[in-house]
Structures are given as structure tokens and as C-alpha cells.
Write a protein that binds this ligand. Structure first.
Ligand SMILES: Cc1cc2nc3c(=O)[nH]c(=O)nc-3n(C[C@H](O)[C@H](O)[C@H](O)COP(=O)(O)O)c2cc1C
Length: 150
């Protein structure tokens, strides 16, 4: 695993607030890309993704537990690609903590969801995907784009 630099951690948190981080998975077929908003750092080397609606993504991860994501901050004009291996949790400490945080943040963001049950009715938390970050690439469009930095 690699330690994700502070700047990249901040980019991830910021992009998650906008609820749009593209993540890509693949079994042996065509790569599958989706947006996720329920995504956060877990310590310095891991990322957690909340599975509310994952279908093809989950199937892919069960066959091939590898995932890529892309970050871009137009303010600072930086972009990074993060790649890693995944574990899927449907119970236990990691699952319960992520679920609690997701429910609390949903309840805070909107009064449409005044209770835990209201959040879960709209956004069931089927599983939590833990991504162990193993490679980071500089993806900004410039000479040297695509270079592995960590
Ligand atoms: C802006 C946006 C944010 C989304 N965030 C999540 C999320 O955090 N978790 C989730 O399970 N699905 C989320 N989705 C749904 C997925 O992008 C996707 O539609 C779902 O995983 C089904 O696609 P799949 O069959 O390729 O996995 C989001 C969709 C959009 C448009």
C-alpha cells in the first residue's frame, strides 16, 4: 500500500462533497465506470466506498478485486489516478462505522431524511468496499502525464 499525500486526500474529500468520483472496475470484459459520492479516506492508505446501488461494479469486484478512480481539481489544476485492491464488507467494524457516518451525513445534508430508517429506505447500505491504495499516477494533461508518482 502507499501513503496517500495530504493534497490528494483533500482532493478526494472535496470531490466526494460534489458526490462525483468516477470509479472503474473490470472482470475480463469491457471496463465499467460509475460515479460514487459515498467515498472517503480511511486512514492514510485506504479508501471506503459505500455500496447503495452497485451491481456490475460489485460483480466485477467479486471476480477481480481491483479498482481505479480518478480525481481532478480544476481550482489547483491537478489530477491523480489511484489504483488498488479491494475487500467487500457486509458486517463488522468497518461496515458499521461507514454506515453510521453515511446515515449521519445524509441526515445532516437534508431534512428529507429525518431518521435513520428514512435514509436507509432511500439508500440501503448493501456493503462497504475497502480499497487498499497501491499505485498513484499523475494524470494532469501535460508533458509527463500518466507518470507513476507513488
Ligand atoms: C452522482 C452520482 C453519485 C452516485 N453515488 C453512488 C454511491 O455513492 N454509491 C452507490 O452505490 N451508487 C452510487 N451511484 C450510482 C452508481 O453510479 C451506479 O449507477 C450503480 O453502481 C449501478 O451501476 P453498476 O451496475 O455499473 O454498478 C451514484 C450515481 C451518481 C449519478
Amino acid at each position: 500500500m502507499v501513503k496517500v499525500p495530504e493534497e490528494i486526500k483533500e482532493m478526494l474529500e472535496k470531490q466526494a462533497i460534489g458526490r462525483k468520483v468516477p470509479i472503474s472496475t473490470c472482470s475480463e470484459d469491457v471496463p465499467n465506470v460509475i460515479y460514487v459520492g459515498f467515498i472517503k479516506m480511511h486512514g492514510d492508505e485506504e479508501v471506503l466506498i459505500g455500496d447503495n446501488f452497485l451491481n456490475k461494479t460489485r460483480e466485477n469486484l467479486e471476480k477481480n478485486p481491483r479498482l481505479s478512480m480518478i480525481l481532478y481539481d480544476p481550482g489547483i489544476k491537478k489530477s491523480y489516478q489511484l489504483k488498488g485492491s479491494t475487500e467487500i464488507y457486509t458486517e463488522g467494524k468497518i461496515y458499521e462505522e461507514a454506515k453510521k457516518e453515511f446515515i449521519e451525513s445524509r441526515m445532516k445534508r437534508s431534512d428529507k431524511y429525518p431518521t435513520e430508517a428514512a435514509v436507509l429506505e432511500k439508500y440501503p447500505i448493501k456493503s462497504v468496499v475497502l480499497v487498499k491504495i497501491e499505485e498513484i499516477y499523475d494524470s494532469m494533461g501535460k508533458v509527463g502525464a500518466g507518470k507513476r508518482i507513488l
